[in-house]
Design a protein around this ligand. Structure first.
Ligand code: NI
Length: 142
């Protein structure tokens, strides 16, 4: 049976600074360049959330998705400094880590097997996406 997916788009604006305490100041500058600037900088993040299409249930499903994403993601990050988020105490606020965190926050709040993929557009040219670790081991969500 063919599966159709649907993707919803969400936005938040947030500040961050790429920095890790595991590197020296010189090491941080070498690794992250201008993104290590102590004053930080901001992005207008776009979050693309892909779920399995629900057929006749679609409208109700997407209302539910909007509610979950707005509560768990947009409200949490919009107009915040990502470096101050508790989940980023141990992790650098890269797009890679952000897209994985958003996946983790959503997959635990949505019905099992519904979430297919999360994408994060950070800048005009940087896009990150994550589909969960299960797919790497070949597990199927049916
Ligand atoms: Ni940045």
């Amino acid at each position: 049976m063919s599966q159709v997916n649907v993707t919803r788009r969400y936005r938040f604006c947030a500040a961050h600074r790429l920095h890790t305490d595991h590197l020296t100041p010189e090491g941080n500058r070498a690794a992250f360049g201008k993104c290590n600037n102590p004053n930080g900088h901001g992005h207008n993040y776009v979050v693309l959330v892909t779920v399995k299409s629900g057929g006749s249930q679609e409208a109700r499903d997407l209302e539910r998705l909007d509610r979950v994403v707005n509560e768990a993601i947009v409200r949490r990050f919009d107009h915040q400094d990502l470096n101050r988020d508790p989940e980023f105490t141990e992790h650098t606020t890269t797009g890679e880590n952000l897209v994985k965190l958003i996946w983790d926050l959503l997959v635990t709040r949505l019905p099992a097997g519904w979430l297919e993929k999360v994408g994060v557009i950070e800048t005009r040219d940087n896009y990150f996406e994550y589909a969960g670790s299960a797919q790497l081991t070949g597990e199927s969500h049916g």
